[in-house]
Design a protein around this ligand. Structure first.
Ligand SMILES: Cc1ncc(COP(=O)(O)O)c(C=O)c1O
Length: 384
């Protein structure tokens, strides 16, 4: 048991969330503890007190210190790690590092995130690249089904495989190390989209062995919005450039990515405060607690909705997020259901669309309480 009392009003007040809302959607944008926001305000005050000292003279060395800490937390070498505003930027930078020719193929999971699919669509339009979906069944009960789906999709023209570490609509943890190993045997480049991974699970980016890895720090590390990482394997470091060109062009990854013109770097500089908060709660105790919340929550929902659970009940399959089928709705209903629950009942939870079906995706964070999932389940049972 953790030494803190999760879900109590006093404990939940660590986060700036509105206590009158049942906020079951940590997964979309995270939520930032007040201590971290206070640190960000302090940094902003320093920046405004002397912008030149803050931005022109001291920023690189301060970011290097943050980089050391983040690199240790995610198992990456600091030389290959840069800060970006979000995982979308990381994905875009990786796609931009490759030279494309007409007929090249990119494999991605059909569970992939819509914005990433759009980035691939742009490659199609610009370079006549073909995209191929690895169709991963859902419900699913064997990790080998994920590997087989990618193995079938990779072909002789495949240049890049994009692997979600944790899928968005279905909240599945993919067996990412095995998938990267598969790509290695087929000789293709790999980008891991770990948008949800930092802080959600123990992360060892070097051990995963991809060419590119990107992940958000504003979701499960609870850093301010706009904090994310992009890691580049040694073989790619000289060939990877920021899309926005500024003073740092050709001066290395840090110089290129961490100054794309004047901006507010305080989200990046506040990451140590978020890691301090995580350390205070204990990352592993928190991950276990959040998983248990969602484990119970998804059971309530599956019972209320009269559906089977879509994947085995083991932490290798899911962490603090889970998706449950809503049998009486279809994919097109998802946005309306999300809006209705919020407007009528002040419950913030996303309904997601995958393969023409509609799912409700719950998140669990230490500010949540089991009663919030029970309330959601009762409502959805009535809505049947
Ligand atoms: C799998 C996946 N990839 C990429 C993203 C994009 O993250 P961001 O909007 O922070 O760039 C998300 C967002 O939730 C996601 O779930």
């Amino acid at each position: 048991m953790p030494a803190w009392t999760p879900g109590s009003p006093e404990f939940s007040a660590r986060w700036a969330l509105d206590p009158t809302i049942d906020y079951l959607n940590h997964g979309s944008f995270g939520a930032t503890p007040r201590t971290v926001l206070a640190r960000q305000s302090e940094l902003r005050a320093q920046m405004e007190a002397e912008p030149v000292e803050f931005l022109a003279r001291r920023l690189p060395e301060r970011l290097d210190a943050v980089r050391e800490r983040v690199a240790a937390f995610v198992g990456a070498d600091p030389e290959g790690l840069v800060f970006v505003p979000n995982a979308t930027h990381g994905v875009d930078a990786a796609l931009g590092a490759m030279d494309w020719s007409p007929g090249d193929e990119v494999v991605h999971a059909d569970h992939g995130y819509n914005a990433v699919k759009k980035a691939l669509l742009r490659l199609r339009h610009r370079y006549e690249v073909t995209t191929v979906a690895a169709v991963v069944p859902f419900p699913i009960d064997d990790a080998q089904q994920v590997i087989d789906a990618f193995a079938r999709a990779i072909g002789p023209r495949t240049r890049l495989v994009v692997i979600d570490h944790i899928t968005s609509a279905t909240a599945l943890i993919f067996p990412v190390t095995e998938l990267v190993a598969l790509c290695r045997t087929r000789g293709v480049t790999v980008l891991v989209d770990g948008a949800h991974a930092p802080g959600l699970l123990p992360l060892d980016i070097r051990a995963i062995g991809a060419d590119f890895y990107t992940g958000n720090l504003h979701k499960w590390v609870c850093a301010p919005k706009g904090a994310a990482l992009f890691w580049v394997a040694p073989a790619w470091r000289d060939r990877t450039h920021a899309r926005v060109v500024s003073h740092g062009y050709e001066l290395g990854l840090r110089a290129e990515f961490e100054w794309a013109g004047t901006f507010d770097p305080t989200a990046w500089l506040s990451v140590p405060a978020a890691l301090d908060h995580l350390d205070e709660l204990g990352a592993s105790a928190l991950q276990g607690h959040n998983h248990a919340l969602v484990q119970q929550g998804r059971q309530h929902l599956a019972r209320a909705l009269g559906v089977r659970l879509p994947h085995p009940d083991h932490p290798s399959w899911y962490g603090p997020m889970a998706a449950v089928l809503v049998p009486w709705a279809n994919a097109a209903d998802a946005p309306g259901l999300t809006a209705r629950l919020f407007q009528e009942h002040r419950i913030e939870v996303p309904f997601t669309a995958y393969d023409h079906r509609c799912f409700v995706r719950i998140s669990g964070q230490a500010y949540n309480r089991p009663a919030q999932y029970e309330r959601l389940a009762e409502l959805l049972q009535r809505w049947r």
